[in-house]
Design a protein around this ligand. Structure first.
Ligand code: IPE
Ligand code: IPE
Ligand code: MG
Length: 244
């Protein structure tokens, strides 16, 4: 389908998986895989911005990832800090706003500082929102929202889906339309559990470092070919009766 007519996700969420195996298959250390994966992420941001995808979320570091060896965690944070420092100007030039999904308190000071700086510098940018899911857990996010509602003294009858969504890290953003996972694993690994209730899923065997423009195009093509029915019949959905 030509790029101009096919439906695009408003929000694309990605589980960038397979860096370690990509490196190991080449006789390299896992850090080399993460380095290559960072380049892939950089390119994806630019490509999504060019295509007009308004929200892009990258699973960058899960709460469960704290269990990895210390030196791998350090490599991941070093790469993140480097990415943020190197890309700040480019994000501003491309009018991309950076947001973080996750609790920042657990991060080393240097990481919090650069994240805060880039978020402040880009807060007025509006052509695309780039969400980094960092120290992220879908279940943790849901529990956090519950606690926030309780702390605010919200009455049970006022706890609606909208009110609940407003307490999530993604408050104010549309739910993901498409969730992509690379590297052949078919699971969601605690990612955007609430928000992806009606997302389309796309799984590919390609490891994250090899997920280039052509691979993105395949994912978008698959998305465009799906009929999103939201519980309705095919005919109803075709008639445009599906909720937005
Ligand atoms: C994804 O690649 C990066 C992070 C989870 C931070 P992995 O490091 O999980 O790569 P594999 O799954 O071990 O190959
Ligand atoms: C999910 O990948 C987390 C990120 C991509 C940051 P993992 O490699 O950590 O997930 P599992 O262990 O395969 O579920
Ligand atoms: Mg993995």
């Amino acid at each position: 389908m030509p790029e101009t007519t096919r439906p695009l996700p408003r929000h694309l969420a990605v589980i960038m998986d397979g860096n370690g195996r990509w490196a190991q298959a080449r006789g390299l250390g896992r850090s080399e895989g993460h380095k290559a994966g960072t380049e892939t992420a950089k390119r994806l941001v630019t490509r999504c911005r060019e295509l007009g995808i308004a929200h892009l979320t990258l699973y960058t570091f899960s709460k469960e990832n704290w269990g990895r060896p210390q030196d791998e965690i350090r490599t991941l944070f070093d790469l993140l800090v480097r990415f943020l420092n190197n890309e700040l100007k480019s994000l501003m030039d491309q009018d991309i706003r950076l947001r973080v999904l996750g609790e920042l308190e657990d991060f080393p000071f240097a990481v919090r500082q650069v994240l805060g700086h880039v978020m402040r510098k880009t807060e007025k940018c509006s052509s695309m929102t780039l969400n980094l899911a960092l120290n992220y857990s879908g279940r943790g996010e849901i529990l956090r929202a519950c606690k926030r509602l309780i702390e605010q003294g919200v009455a049970a009858k006022d706890v609606t889906e909208e009110r609940f969504s407003a307490e999530l890290f993604t408050a104010g953003q549309p739910d993901p339309d498409l969730v992509v996972r690379t590297s052949g694993e078919v699971r969601i690994s605690n990612y955007l559990l609430w928000q992806s209730a009606y997302a389309e899923y796309y799984f590919t065997d390609v490891p994250w470092p090899d997920f280039d423009d052509a691979q993105l195009d395949l994912a978008l093509e698959a998305y465009a070919s799906r009929q999103r029915r939201f519980g309705l019949t095919g005919a109803q959905a075709e008639g445009g009766e599906a909720p937005k």
